[in-house]
Design a binder for this molecule. Sequence first.
Ligand SMILES: NC(=O)c1ccc[n+]([C@@H]2O[C@H](COP(=O)([O-])OP(=O)(O)OC[C@H]3O[C@@H](n4cnc5c(N)ncnc54)[C@H](OP(=O)(O)O)[C@@H]3O)[C@@H](O)[C@H]2O)c1
Length: 241
Amino acid sequence: MKRIVLVTGGGSGLGKAVAARFRADGDSVVITGRNAERLAKAAAEIDARAITCDATDPEQVARMSEELGPDLDVVVNMAGGNTDFDRTDTETKDLGEVMAAWRANLDANLLSAVLTTTAVLEKLRPGGSIINVGSIGAEYAGNSYGAAKAAVAAWTAGLSAQVGAAGVTANLIAPGYIAETDFFHGNLSDERRKELVGATHNGRAGHPDDIAETSYFLASPGARHITGQTLHVNGGAYTTR
Ligand SMILES: NC(=O)c1ccc[n+]([C@@H]2O[C@H](COP(=O)([O-])OP(=O)(O)OC[C@H]3O[C@@H](n4cnc5c(N)ncnc54)[C@H](OP(=O)(O)O)[C@@H]3O)[C@@H](O)[C@H]2O)c1
């Protein structure tokens, strides 16, 4: 297929795998991220176009949207991650620090997707797809990361109603534990990893290709009646019934 696809956070992990999947089918793929060097390397590797952009910065998102050109078929809002992993004091009772920490996760995961989608919405052609990325963490939202991802899911359902008449779908992929990404900043203990894999029904970690194939399917002609949904990709670690 020949489409124009934007993948935010496409310089590593799940975003890079998604970008490579669309590119493998001949689509034109644009990837974004903050780390220009890593982004350029990934773009060269998968033959995509790189646009450096912090998805939480309205001015940078507006500029990225201009550089993108007039048309778009698929936007995958992959940029994000748990900003609490960068904190040293997660037990702080200082309300200013608590607010800053919660805002960081809301910015990274919710507002990044809202800003990008808003900026490119009118470029999306009929038959287009918006794919947002949540987390299994949203089902147990005891922290700002889970709450931010739950908010992305709620917003996606409303977005679907907003864009449906234009022939565009909006769905959310909620990954469980997926290995081989920078998500845990290299700090996942063997014990925690075993716990996460042990919670699955198929006894394995997710692979970036699991998310790439699901994204590709959601943007395919066979998925046009799937919209406003959360698709859990977690090996059974969380079931919807
Ligand atoms: N791996 C898992 O187990 C898992 C599970 C559930 C959900 N997820 C979600 O899956 C998504 C992808 O994560 P991953 O596992 O692939 O980890 P990753 O390798 O760390 O990828 C995250 C990507 O997002 C980019 N990014 C982060 N903040 C950004 C911003 N403000 N603007 C633009 N780009 C930004 C990063 O690039 P720069 O640093 O260069 O900006 C990076 O390329 C995230 O939304 C994450 O929350 C992952």
